[in-house]
Design a protein around this ligand. Structure first.
Ligand SMILES: Nc1ncnc2c1ncn2[C@@H]1O[C@H](COP(=O)(O)OP(=O)(O)OP(=O)(O)O)[C@@H](O)[C@H]1O
Ligand SMILES: [Mg+2]
Length: 490
């Protein structure tokens, strides 16, 4: 190669080095003095080229001492090449992370040249990731609920100690496998389905499931599965948290049974009181009225008819009449005898008429099987007493709400007894419930309706389509006795 060619090559190399985004320097092996730097390195460390050419690389080095650096440079001289990470101190005092590849110069045996890349941001991101991973672990390890982490393909990447304890498995038995391939936790299909759904769509799932028998617990778990996303927003995996809510469910069930018991005791008490008032007070008042009318029927001389005595007797008779009427009303309010005598549908009809008379709001209840009533007659059938009284009380509360809150001018109700269930719909044309309506903590009507329905294993819905009026739909399953009888009549 001619001298001209050599200087041409050197010129080109220099151009490449000066335009490179990576830092570049040449140092002397003997004293680590900086012999050459490029623009990128000047920018990285904040010094000018002139300043750097008067410095040694150990003035910048923040990890290795000058002695360690000297040893390092010698090692590079022996092996010819090295690649490592280090830190330099910027002119302003802060540290910068560098990835350095250094070569022992072949041109001059006393120099090294190096390329350095600023990896400060990368290091910071790595450290932030490690810190968040540490935080996650600290949280997960001490979490009382079970926690499972999945990768994008649904392979478990982490299970916490609570899961190992509750499911009596070692983490290594279940990490790395997909619940689809191996299911040592015995997680049911509902779980697998939810996990697939979350990984595919990113939507969270919350559900209750039977705890796998394998855990030795027969109970209920509450599970939430949520997607994890990477910095690019893409789904990178999922995290599943599970809580054993068996005790909560048992307590809920006990509370429900207690409420049902109290409800039925209350109804029994009302029935007993109603009967006593009717039989005792009612018959006393009736006897009193009879005697009073006998008294008034006595032949009094004409001049006595207008006397104070006769007027008082008449007034007593009116008071007695009103006491008899009040007693009847109280007895009926406590327990409408139409319910016991004529059955649920007749009682609902009677309640609808009474509501209309008291409030002026038109109220009509029809049996949905009316068209073929002659063949059906299900509406006449006496259902189980608990079911009848509950449905009747729900109807009463729904009507009371219409009168108090809806501003409606009419209510339509539909009763539909079927073979294995009974259906009741009450709809008004009032203001309806606003979207997302949550009853006040002091309101018990709707809560009570729901509770009655849940106790009987049924369903209840409150709809306000388009905000016009409220439609309450109740479906209650019939007891086996009812089913046999109602079915038999069909
Ligand atoms: N038919 C209806 N039309 C409009 N709003 C209604 C209707 N029924 C209920 N609401 C609303 O729902 C709320 C809750 O009803 P709920 O029966 O639970 O309680 P309440 O009637 O206020 O009190 P109570 O405990 O005496 O029944 C009512 O306060 C009312 O705002
Ligand atoms: Mg109410």
């Amino acid at each position: 190669m001619t001298e001209k060619e050599i200087s041409q090559h050197l010129f080109e190399y220099q151009k490449i080095i000066q335009t490179s985004l990576d830092g570049f320097w040449v140092v002397s092996v003997d004293d680590a003095r900086i012999l050459e730097v490029n623009e990128a390195f000047c920018r990285m460390v904040g010094y000018s080229r002139a300043e750097l050419l008067s410095m040694s690389i150990s003035d910048l080095e923040a990890v290795e001492s000058p002695e360690e650096l000297a040893i390092h440079l010698k090692k590079v001289a022996e092996s010819g090449y090295d690649r490592f990470e280090t830190r330099h101190r910027h002119k302003l005092g802060h540290l910068i992370d560098l990835e350095v590849s250094v070569s022992y110069s072949g041109l001059d045996s006393r120099t090294h040249f190096a390329f350095a890349r600023d990896i400060t941001e990368h290091k910071r991101a790595e450290e932030a990731l490690r810190a968040s991973e540490r935080q996650f672990r600290a949280l997960a390890e001490n979490f009382p609920d079970t926690l499972i982490r999945y990768d994008r393909e649904g392979h478990r990447t982490y299970v916490n100690p609570a899961l190992e304890r509750i499911f009596a498995v070692a983490g290594k038995q279940v990490i790395g496998v997909s619940p689809r391939d191996v299911n040592p936790l015995g997680l049911p299909e509902i779980y697998q389905h939810a996990l697939r759904h979350t990984l595919a769509t990113g939507e969270s799932c919350e559900f209750e499931m039977q705890l796998p028998q394998r855990s030795g617990i027969v109970g209920t778990g509450f599970v939430k599965i949520a997607a994890e996303r990477g910095a690019d927003g893409q789904i990178s995996g999922a995290i599943s948290i599970g809580r054993d809510i068996t005790k909560l469910k048992q307590a809920e069930q006990q509370l429900r049974e207690l409420a049902a018991h109290l409800q039925s005791v209350r109804e029994e008490e009302k029935t007993r009181l109603a009967r006593e008032i009717h039989d005792d007070l009612g018959s006393t008042l009736a006897a009193l009225k009879l005697r009073l009318s006998h008294l008034m029927d006595f032949e009094l001389p004409d001049n006595m008819k207008e006397t104070t005595l006769f007027t008082r007797l008449e007034s007593m008779s009116q008071i007695l009449e009103s006491a008899i009427a009040s007693t009847r009303r109280i007895v009926t309010d406590m327990r409408p005898d139409v319910l016991d005598n004529l059955g649920l549908f007749a009682a609902l009809k009677w309640q609808a008429e009474r509501f209309n008379q008291h409030t002026g709001i038109a109220c009509r209840i029809v049996c949905a099987n009316d068209d073929n009533c002659a063949d059906c007659k299900r509406c006449e059938f006496h259902l189980d007493e608990t079911l009848s009284i509950n449905l009747f009380r729900i109807f009463q509360e729904a009507l009371s709400n219409v009168a108090r809150h809806s501003g409606a001018s009419s209510v339509k109700a539909e009763y539909r007894p079927a073979v294995d269930h009974v259906f009741l719909l009450i709809s008004d044309d009032g203001c309806g419930l606003p979207d997302g309506h949550v009853p006040a903590s002091t309101s018990f009507g709707i809560r009570g309706m729901r509770e009655r329905v849940v106790q009987l294993g049924g369903q209840i819905k409150f709809d306000s389509p388009g905000g016009s009026g409220l439609c309450v739909t109740v479906i209650l399953p019939l007891t086996s006795v009812d089913t046999a009888n109602v079915g038999g009549r069909a």
